[in-house]
Design a protein around this ligand. Structure first.
Ligand SMILES: [Zn+2]
Ligand SMILES: [Zn+2]
Length: 378
């Protein structure tokens, strides 16, 4: 293998060894900065705390295209015997963002070696993808205004698809999702007199049962839409006390933003009705809100075209992926092309403790991005 591949692999594995959590990617950002600055970008733009964009100008005026990678790792302990496994306790690059960053670093090297004829290319390294906050922070950063692009592209590696296969879909690529925390407040009583308490337990049971009815109400939804109970808690571990407080946490998921709105309204209606009937105070909040990724048809066709030119296998997905990506926020304001790149069969799934980005797809991914860049700016 080439020296170039060895250098990229070493860089990827160095990132892998030192994962940083969402919003705290300071050292990761510095490493990226050090690497890309060596390729002489025309401008460097800081976006929020840890986000950073590098701008490479062409010889004349022209369109702007952007490529995006994510900086963050996960609060999951890595369980592997790799020589470059995480040395940061309880943290791991288990979604392959170390690989995605390395792809953009490799792309910077290629772009620097041959200046584009026209326009400008922006390499965006975005923080906090896993919590859904990074894209929002970048987009709200005042410095982002002048970086708006005519097209934005990104990829995600996808385990259990053939290694290096380009996975495409027009329209929705991945699901919308959001977390919902429900708090129900009543009144405790002695366990000998449960009739004197306002316990949230019955309300919690009713809500969980009714959620199934909403989930199965297929006629109301145009696409797959459902809520999953991920956490339930009520009262204290005290055998003499009837609980006076409880919480339920749900994840809502849908293949369309319209259906997500419908799901949200249906669940909020249910919560209000049950809380009223059970005489409980209701409070609820949302977190980790991800919209769907909405792909632009022309962008997807371009990815397919260059993939074929680069002799990469391609496939179209019938259904969107069930996971969510905060790239959805970018796709709401710029024509976007997001695709999957197969990580190989029999490979641990994303977020599993023994997952590791497959280095074999670094060079094909760089070639593919570079071909998009050449098509649009030369
Ligand atoms: Zn992830
Ligand atoms: Zn990811």
């Amino acid at each position: 293998m080439s020296d170039r591949y060895d250098a990229l692999k070493a860089f990827r594995q160095e990132l892998h060894r030192h994962p940083e959590l969402s919003g705290r990617e300071y050292r990761t950002m510095e490493k990226i900065m050090e690497k890309v600055m060596a390729y002489g970008p025309d401008r460097v733009v800081k976006l929020g705390e840890t986000g950073i964009a590098f701008v490479f100008l062409g010889k004349e005026e022209g369109p702007t295209i952007m490529f995006r990678a994510e900086l963050d790792a996960l609060p999951i302990a890595e369980e592997s015997m790799l020589p470059y496994r995480s040395v940061e306790e309880g943290k791991g690059h288990l979604c392959g963002h170390d690989g995605h960053m390395t792809i953009l670093v490799g792309l910077a090297e290629r772009i620097a070696s041959q200046k584009a004829q026209k326009g400008r290319v922006i390499l965006l390294f975005q923080p906090a993808e896993e919590t859904g906050q990074g894209a929002v922070e970048v987009l709200h950063s005042p410095a982002f205004d002048e970086l708006r692009a005519d097209y934005i592209f990104a990829l995600h590696n996808v385990p259990d698809f053939p290694l290096g296969q380009v996975i495409l879909r027009k329209g929705h690529f991945s699901a919308a999702s959001r977390g919902l925390t429900v708090k129900l407040k009543g009144k405790t009583a002695h366990a000998a007199h449960p009739e004197q308490a306002l316990s949230p337990v019955n309300a919690i049971a009713r809500i969980i049962n009714e959620l199934e009815r909403i989930n199965q109400n297929n006629t109301s939804f145009e696409t797959l839409s459902f809520a999953t109970v991920i956490h339930v808690q009520a009262g204290e571990i005290a055998f003499g006390t009837t609980p006076g407080y409880g919480e339920i946490r749900l994840t809502l998921r849908s293949f369309s933003d319209r259906d997500m709105d419908f799901l949200v309204r249906a669940i909020e209606g249910l919560l209000q009705q049950v809380a009223m009937e059970e005489k409980l105070l209701l409070d609820f909040t949302y977190s980790e809100i991800f919209p769907t990724i909405q792909n632009d048809d022309a962008a997807v066709e371009l990815i397919e075209e260059v993939a074929i030119e680069n002799k990469m296998a391609t496939r179209y997905q019938k259904e969107p992926f069930r996971w969510s990506e905060d790239f959805g926020y970018f796709s709401q304001i710029m024509p976007a092309g997001f695709f999957g790149l197969g990580a190989g069969h029999g490979y641990p799934a994303l977020h599993h403790p023994d997952y590791d980005f497959p280095d074999e797809i670094l060079l094909p991914a760089i070639d593919l991005f570079y071909s998009i860049y050449q098509k649009l700016l030369n």
